[in-house]
Design a binder for this molecule. Structure first.
Ligand SMILES: CC(=O)SCCNC(=O)CCNC(=O)[C@H](O)C(C)(C)COP(=O)(O)OP(=O)(O)OC[C@H]1O[C@@H](n2cnc3c(N)ncnc32)[C@H](O)[C@@H]1OP(=O)(O)O
Ligand SMILES: O=CC(=O)O
Ligand SMILES: [Mg+2]
Length: 571
């Protein structure tokens, strides 16, 4: 856990009004340390904070226990164990049960667009023609106070239907179309604290803040305008075990009771994006069976998690990042088993994100990128996925066409593609070592991407285009842990005929040369103004740390915490 005591320096201006310090009206035990803003105060109302504080107090010990269990599991893997199916929950895997019926409002999820909760992007995503928009407080968002609070303002306005945006530079006004995508919201993972909101002297749990504020302000309108009487809808990230899903289920039930709405109103799709969770898919769905609307293949975090889980297993090193795609046996097995599991339990099996994005200035390269996306989507729909993710509105027509043409006019394939063949997939299939080679270019690209991503993240952008691909927290994690793994085990770069071994000296040289290349590519001015040097320091420390950090963003978070003077929360 980060020590927040080290960041108690007040960095924001105290705003005055005639009666004294301007601040938030907080309930007992709650202290807001983020900047005061009159718009934010409409989100951070006393009642909304009371709701969030109640969730925090009710669930904090369960969350601490779940995080402790993660640490214990890590120790077991580090001591040589492999993740696998839990014999104690065989009865759940083999039992005949199904989840609650799929809500009519989201039966058709052929293409879902994702993106940070930034105002213009929220409007563009809702208007994009996708069936669903997953508004992201997670992989695609740098969780600064400003981004988070503006995100809540944006989502409230979106659910109210009043959201607009004026692009001054282009004199263009954005507003919602008549027909818009259905909104899902992805809160942060369990591990991330919200350092600007203290509850009973401790930072609040990030995802309870995200969930609580969004639910409090939007559940009623959402159910009228979006959910056809149900909702709101969520995506839940980075879980490692069904006990974490149980906490979410209890959070949902508490929120439903508080709001006086029917149990099972809230629905969530869980991302299967950690290696331990692939052995818990039935158990996760079972915990959430009244609230589930499927699982999703979060392929990028899944690859990251493979490295993290096997950090002490030098016999399972990854090849270059570009070679770890869905064609690898362990990745294909994961997607197939997810489809089989979801359809057996009557819910959506969502595909994942292809990293390609449109390339505006090169038609031929753009066509190649689009073709890669089409191929990836064709594999998904033929395997039985019910829908997929798109990172950019420009990809939606291609993704939609592939899914529509291969789903026989049905909104999903839940009942038509049971994939019984996948029921025989074994632990060995799910853990099979990825095949491929390691190259100097792989090491260089990881370094270049990792540093540039962190520099962007520290200046407020959680998803960025780099070398014609979408990069976010999950893809950047792969770059970091792969470098760490290669350094730790001094691997030989065997794919380019150089036969060089990765060590600190080589890595130091690569960092220096890649920083020079970044400066050339972005230009001296941007390089000077940006946070490239700070990002480089952070990335280098993480890649060379004797013990692997659990998350890149936990460490980097220290750089974006900006405290308002303590004790100024009260009016
Ligand atoms: C591993 C995972 O978790 S995947 C899920 C998390 N990741 C994401 O959600 C990534 C979302 N995508 C993005 O953030 C962006 O598409 C990027 C950063 C990859 C590329 O951004 P850019 O290069 O700035 O996009 P580009 O300039 O081509 O944008 C063109 C237009 O499309 C819009 N746009 C691009 N991506 C999106 C999106 N995901 N949602 C809504 N609008 C979008 C832009 O706002 C812009 O609109 P405008 O013409 O009205 O100004
Ligand atoms: O969240 C999605 C992923 O691929 O990671
Ligand atoms: Mg992810």
């Amino acid at each position: 856990m980060v020590s927040f005591e080290t960041f108690l320096t007040p960095t924001n201006t105290v705003q005055k009004k005639s009666s004294g310090i301007m601040g938030y009206d907080v309930p007992e035990g709650v202290d807001i340390r983020g900047r005061y803003d009159p718009e934010f105060s409409k989100i951070l109302t006393r009642d909304a904070l009371t709701f969030v504080a109640d969730l925090q107090r009710e669930f904090r010990n369960h969350i601490k226990y779940a995080m402790e269990c993660r640490r214990e599991a890590k120790m077991r893997y580090n001591n040589g164990s492999l993740p696998g199916f839990d014999p104690a929950t065989k009865y759940i895997r083999e039992g005949e049960w199904v989840c609650a019926p799929v809500p009519h409002a989201v039966a058709d999820r052929r293409v879902e667009i994702t993106g940070p909760v930034e105002r213009k992007m929220v409007i563009n995503a809702l208007n994009s023609g996708a069936k669903v928009f997953m508004a992201d407080f997670e992989d695609a968002l740098s969780p600064s106070w400003e981004n988070l609070m503006r995100g809540h303002v944006n989502l409230r306005d979106a659910v109210n239907g009043t959201i607009t945006f004026h692009d001054q530079a282009r004199n263009k006004v954005y507003k919602l179309n008549d027909e818009i995508a259905k909104l899902f919201v992805r809160p942060r993972g369990w591990h991330l604290p919200e350092a600007h909101i203290f509850i009973d002297g401790e930072p609040a749990t990030g995802c309870l803040v995200d969930f609580g504020l969004y639910f409090f302000h939007n559940y009623a309108n959402f159910r009228k305008t979006q959910g056809q009487g149900l909702g709101p809808f969520f995506y839940l990230p980075k879980m490692e075990h069904s006990r974490e899903a149980r906490i979410w289920n209890n959070v949902f039930e508490r929120a439903e009771r508080w709001a006086g709405i029917e149990k099972g109103s809230i629905r969530a799709t869980v991302l299967i994006e950690t290696l331990p969770a692939v052995f818990q898919m039935n158990e996760i769905l079972y915990e959430l069976r009244d609230h589930s609307v499927g699982l999703n293949c979060g392929r990028w975090d899944y690859i990251f998690s493979y490295v993290k889980t096997f950090q002490a297993h030098p016999d399972r090193l990854l090849p270059d990042r570009v070679q770890v795609g869905m064609a690898q046996h362990f990745m294909r097995s994961y997607s197939d088993l997810l489809i089989h599991t979801c359809h057996k339990r009557g819910v959506h099996a969502m595909g994942g994100m292809a990293a390609q994005i449109p390339i505006r200035d090169d038609r031929a390269a753009n066509e190649v990128a689009l073709e890669l996306v089409r191929k990836d989507k064709l594999r998904e729909v033929k395997a039985g996925h019910d829908g997929t993710w798109a990172a950019h509105p420009g990809l939606i027509p291609a993704c939609m066409e592939v899914f529509t043409n291969n789903m026989a006019n049905a909104p999903n394939q839940i009942h038509s593609m049971k994939r019984p063949d996948a029921s025989v997939l074994t632990e060995e299939d799910l853990l099979q070592r990825p095949r491929g080679v390691r190259t100097m270019e792989g090491l260089r690209l990881n370094t270049r991407v990792g540093i540039q991503y962190l520099a962007a993240w520290m200046t407020g952008a959680g998803s960025v285009p780099l070398y014609n691909l979408m990069e976010d927290a999950a893809t950047a994690e792969i770059s970091r842990v792969q470098n760490w793994q290669w350094l730790k085990y001094g691997v030989e770069l065997d794919g380019d005929g150089l036969g060089v071994k990765v060590n600190l000296e080589l890595f130091g040289r690569v960092v220096e040369e890649e920083m020079a290349r970044i400066e050339r590519e972005v230009g001296k001015e941007k390089f000077k103004k940006g946070m490239y040097k700070e990002a480089c320091k952070l990335f280098t420390r993480q890649c060379t740390a004797p013990v692997l950090d659990d998350f890149l963003t936990l460490d980097a978070y220290n750089n974006i915490v900006m405290y308002h003077p303590i004790g100024s929360s009260r009016l």
